[in-house]
Design a protein around this ligand. Structure first.
Ligand code: ADP
Length: 501
């Protein structure tokens, strides 16, 4: 059927075919849908994707149209990017004249039409197509001859034939060309309806049995109950979906806040970390520069030994501080990757505490705090020595740092078979709102201007204590000091056999 030159186009290319197209992809073989439309753009929006999708699926697209309409339809498809001529040349797009296809001897014969449909399907499959994607304007069917009853019968027979077949049909009804009675029948006879740019599940659809047979009141009631349930079910699903969406929105909001908070903590950490790392570096550089200056200024004379020793001691002290910071950073990265290896051995916490306190003698003096240890007897258990030392070190150094020069009290005891370590100071204390937070990574409750620190000590401490199977808690009142209490089981924790037992 050659297309006439420059036929009119139903709608200019670029008209919105998006939403209907998306919904049409849910339709497939066996589906029977009607397009009830008023405006040409609704017509195009449903048909172009319908044909395009059929071609893409390797189906034969059969378009029933009266002879005069072929050029117009072909041009519209072409204008919307369907390779009409190519598809027609290989038989993938076929325009059937209504007269030759459906009107047997000028009469509209529903059973004949279904038989015809079946033949088209068989031929198409035999020709290598994956199925049939049929559509057509139905206005012709109500020519002078066929009655409303015959049209309804035809649509109903399609409902018997299509499910299970490799064909689908989209019957086009322009509302102004049919009486309301016909449109009502059409709406009863299609399981799905395209209205505007939406594909609707049809609540008014009636089964072939209901439409064609003598329908009993009982069956009718059954159907009505089913429909009511469907509506209820759809409502229920919507409400559930709404609830899920609002939960999701809430969760997204929470995640967003968390992500923002993490970014804030990271940025703050980077600035604190660079400041902290620089703090020991500056005196270290000054010490070395001073020594160099002296050596250069001495013109061949040796720099006195005690000056070199003092400078080296100063430099060493700053290096130690640097090493502590770097160690903390390394610990955090190990902990984050879950690679904290523990070496279990029998230890006495009291002994560990005394060792650490001795190491802190100078620092305590500098801070003006006296460290009082109450640990009358040994408390032995199996732990990791270095990690236990780290716990005591972190708590003691915090107590001295935030202890406002007042005494610090360290107690070791045994309670119900567990080792208990308490480090108490009488310093600045911690507000209740910060008491949980400070055990988090990079979390601090003081300003970096007044107190240096990376906000990692307590994080690492808690991770170690937990790895040793114990717990850590804080009690504090701002301005009245803080008490950190660590409880450790005395045997190796069993989970996953972390240690040698
Ligand atoms: P850092 O001391 O490097 O900031 P920590 O993880 O050791 O990191 O401590 C986290 C925060 O907890 C500190 O910044 C401080 O605000 C608070 N903190 C810890 N120990 C004490 C303490 N003994 N007294 C008061 N505040 C403390």
């Amino acid at each position: 059927m050659p297309a006439p030159t420059a036929p009119p186009v139903l709608l200019e290319a670029g008209a919105a075919v998006g939403e209907t197209a998306r919904q049409l992809t849910r339709l497939g073989r066996g589906d029977h849908v009607c397009l009830v439309y008023e405006r040409p753009e609704e017509h195009v929006a449903a048909l172009v994707p319908y044909i395009r999708q059929g071609l893409e699926r390797g189906e034969r697209c059969v378009y029933v149209v009266d002879e005069h309409g072929v050029g117009e339809v072909a041009a519209t498809l072409r204008a919307h990017g369907v390779e009409t001529e190519r598809a027609r040349a290989r038989g993938a797009l076929v325009f059937l004249s209504q007269r030759e296809a459906f009107l047997r001897g000028g009469r509209f014969e529903p059973d004949e039409m279904i038989a015809y449909f079946r033949r088209v399907e068989q031929e198409s499959l035999a020709a290598g197509f994956t199925g049939v994607c049929a559509t057509g304007e139905m206005s012709w069917a109500l020519g002078p001859e066929p009655s409303r009853e015959e049209l309804l019968r035809y649509e109903t027979l399609l409902n018997c034939y299509l499910p299970g077949s490799r064909a689908m049909a989209n019957c086009q009804y322009h509302r102004s060309r049919f009486s309301p009675e016909v449109i009502r029948d059409v709406l009863r006879a299609h399981p799905r309806v395209i209205l505007g740019d939406e594909v609707h599940e049809n609540l008014f659809y009636e089964t072939p049995e209901m439409l064609l047979g003598e329908e009993s009141a009982a069956r009718r009631v059954e159907w009505m109950v089913r429909q009511l349930k469907r509506v209820r079910e759809a409502e229920r699903k919507l409400v559930m979906m709404g609830m899920r969406l609002s939960e999701q929105a809430e969760e997204n909001g929470r995640l967003y806040q968390e992500a923002r908070e993490a970014v804030r903590a990271r940025d703050e950490f980077l600035s604190v970390a660079s400041h902290e790392l620089k703090t020991p570096l500056t005196p270290l550089r000054l010490k070395l520069q001073g020594l160099k200056r002296e050596a250069e200024g001495n013109e061949g004379e040796l720099v006195p030994r005690e000056r070199v020793v003092r400078a080296a001691q100063g430099a060493e002290q700053q290096l130690r501080k640097l090493a502590v910071l770097v160690d903390a950073l390394l610990d955090v990265s190990r902990l984050t990757q879950g690679k904290l290896a523990l070496t279990w051995e029998e230890l006495d916490v009291t002994e560990v505490v005394w060792e650490v306190v001795e190491r802190f003698e100078q620092q305590a003096e500098k801070a003006g705090s006296e460290v009082e240890v109450v640990a009358e007897r040994e408390v032995v258990g199996r732990w990791d020595r270095l990690r236990l030392e780290q716990v005591v070190t972190n708590l003691l150094s915090n107590a001295l740092k935030y202890g406002a020069g007042r005494p610090v009290h360290v107690t070791v005891a045994e309670e119900r078979g567990r080792a208990v370590l308490v480090v108490r100071d009488e310093g600045i204390g911690i507000g209740p709102e910060h008491q949980q937070r400070i055990f988090g990574k990079f979390e601090r409750a003081v300003s970096g201007r007044h107190y240096g620190g990376l906000g990692l000590g307590l994080y690492i401490t808690r991770q170690i204590v937990q790895a040793l199977g114990g717990s850590i808690e804080v009690e504090s009142e701002p301005g009245r000091g803080a008490t950190f209490r660590v409880v450790l089981p005395r045997t190796t924790p069993s989970p996953l056999g972390r240690g040698p037992g």
